[in-house]
Design a protein around this ligand. Structure first.
Ligand SMILES: N[C@@H](CCC(=O)N[C@@H](CS)C(=O)NCC(=O)O)C(=O)O
Length: 320
């Protein structure tokens, strides 16, 4: 991680804990918003008006948080408005690395983008990052905000027929998102990075309680909230699609696979068939990325399995 703008070499073990072996995720440091007219959004400063070609999104394809923003970018048809670059799947000794120096900034590592924006930055150099090429700064590095900006911040530059956070569903979306974050999106991380048996077991039960609830909720419904696709489906998707290949093994979430839940696996298949979802999934990056986390897998050996039909289908299409 960065400490006062300098890369601290012993960053790998420096995961936040709550003193009882529970994993604590750091909150994001840049919280400005892109808006149609450049006025300030719910947090941060103004001055970030929607413009084609001005903003750039840095992602890792292993990362579920970054992948949320990629799905939203596709669904809102912002592919030609916001450019993207993808870091290498495995974390290096200096965190996320670009395979070739970044075109806009010349950076070789993601942490250099952070220090360009804030020379004295202290914190983890996480993805996703939404970068402003004009002001040469980070607009925002919180995926939940970036999804909402893509949904509503780009005005006429985005597809107005798609609304991932409709007014009338907001309360239901917010309520479900909270449970999903704690029990699933971050729940798998709490299980994987727990350093005590008690913290692991708590997270493990939260994860499978949440999956059981989702399985029931999906009986007879197409999407999680209302009758339309919303950001809640994107949030569920990014964790579900990684579950059997990464979290079941590496994060020890091994009571059941998604493939063992009929409704959840049908739902995952349904989402994969919607243009904008499958394009963001790279099973090879996901596997190599997660299994490169040295603290959890010192040998770096990447498992060959599992054999899951939905995953095999994604891989087959990518190879074609
Ligand atoms: N709050 C962030 C979390 C992003 C996050 O934790 N990204 C991970 C990858 S999945 C990361 O970049 N980790 C590098 C690190 O912690 O050093 C968001 O949702 O955007």
């Amino acid at each position: 991680m960065l400490v006062n703008g300098k890369w601290a070499a012993d960053w790998q073990p420096v995961q936040g804990t709550d003193g009882k072996g529970g994993f604590v995720r750091e909150s994001a440091g840049f919280r400005n918003w892109i808006t149609p007219d450049g006025s300030a959004g719910p947090t941060g400063d103004g001055g970030f008006a929607a413009e084609a070609g001005r903003y750039h999104l840095y992602v890792a394809l292993i990362c579920p948080w970054a992948s949320r923003t990629l799905v939203a970018r596709h669904l809102k048809r912002l592919e030609k408005v916001v450019s993207v670059s993808v870091v290498e799947p495995a974390l290096s000794e200096q965190g996320w690395r670009f395979a070739t120096p970044d075109a806009d900034t010349g950076a070789r590592f993601m942490h250099e983008i952070y220090t360009l924006a804030a020379p004295g930055y202290t914190g983890r150099a996480t993805v996703p990052v939404l970068w402003d090429k004009q002001r040469r700064t980070i607009v925002n590095n919180e995926s939940a905000d970036i999804v909402r900006m893509f949904n509503a911040g780009f005005g006429a530059l985005a597809d107005a027929t798609v609304d991932l956070y409709p007014d009338r569903l907001r309360d239901a979306i917010d309520a479900l998102n909270d449970g999903l974050y704690h029990g699933l999106n971050n729940g798998v991380y709490r299980a994987g990075f727990a350093t005590t048996q008690t913290a692991y077991e708590q997270a493990f039960h939260d994860v499978f309680d949440t999956l059981d609830r989702l399985e029931k909720r999906l009986a007879g419904r197409t999407f999680l909230v209302g009758s339309q696709l919303t950001e809640t489906d994107i949030r569920a998707f990014v964790t579900l699609v990684r579950f059997d290949v990464a979290y079941h093994g590496l994060f020890k979430c091994n009571l059941r696979r998604i493939a063992d839940y009929p409704n959840l696996s049908a739902y995952l298949k349904r989402l994969l068939a919607i243009p904008g979802f499958r394009e963001t999934v790279d099973i090879d990056h996901i596997k190599r990325g997660y299994y490169s986390i040295k603290a959890l897998n010192p040998s770096g050996i990447v498992p060959l399995g599992p054999d899951v039909p939905e995953i095999a289908e994604v891989e087959r299409r990518q190879a074609a």
